[in-house]
Design a protein around this ligand. Sequence first.
Ligand code: HEM
Ligand code: HEM
Length: 207
Amino acid sequence: MLEQPYHVKRNFMRIRNTINNYGSVAKWLHWLTAALFLGSYVSVYYRHWFTQDNTSENWTALQLHLSIGISIAVVVALRIIWRVMNRTPDLEPGTKMEHWAAHAGHYALYAIMIVMPITGYLGTGVDTEFFFIADIPKFESTKLFNTLVIEGLGITPDQFENPIDYIHKQILGAWLAWILILGHAGAALYHHFVKKDKTLYKMTVGK
Ligand code: HEM
Ligand code: HEM
């Protein structure tokens, strides 16, 4: 059998994670998610703080929030598939407690990435004009909503949407997601500047 040239093998290895580093796909997916999270927050806070109700700016900001949020659902699905197909790089040396906290933090971030788009979609009373190129009907106008919520649970759309909205906007959106993301970014900076280990390097320029 023909052997692949050495450089082809090395490049291929870098696409996937290794014991020491995240590969390029995991890195791109990670930083894309971070950028999309930033976009979803900027769009929704811009809408609240800088636009008047019933203006086209207000509507555009909302639609950007919905479109970016739905994109996160797609990216996180790809990310999870890629993660189960790959090994995860070993954590840098630390105490058992630190390693436990790192794993717990990463799983909690995955949970946020899944639950935020779902609660957003389920609780939203408007259709999504996905980046103004395609319409995605709101959950309330789907057959599934009728079967599950109206006939199945026997409650009104408001009774279904209000608690989900509260979880999306308040419990997770305004608090838990921020705590997790800031704690996570803070931990990465702590590793880089205080412990001076390779944690941040692994998710950025590390090869
Ligand atoms: C990871 C993705 C998402 C994040 C981080 C996120 C975050 C937030 C936050 C923080 C708020 C509350 C703003 C406030 O009231 O102070 C909010 C509101 C909202 N979100 Fe999301 N969201 C995401 C995805 C989605 C999705 C996929 C949809 C629907 C398709 C959606 C629909 C909404 C709606 C309708 C509001 C209310 C808008 C407003 O009050 O201006 N979100 N979101
Ligand atoms: C400025 C912001 C951010 C920085 C500096 C950062 C940095 C890092 C670093 C250095 C790692 C590797 C950790 C290790 O191997 O020990 C990592 C992993 C991870 N990050 Fe971030 N991150 C940021 C934003 C985010 C955001 C917004 C999310 C999701 C909402 C996120 C989710 C994750 C997850 C789930 C992992 C674990 C990946 C895995 O093993 O599958 N990060 N991040």
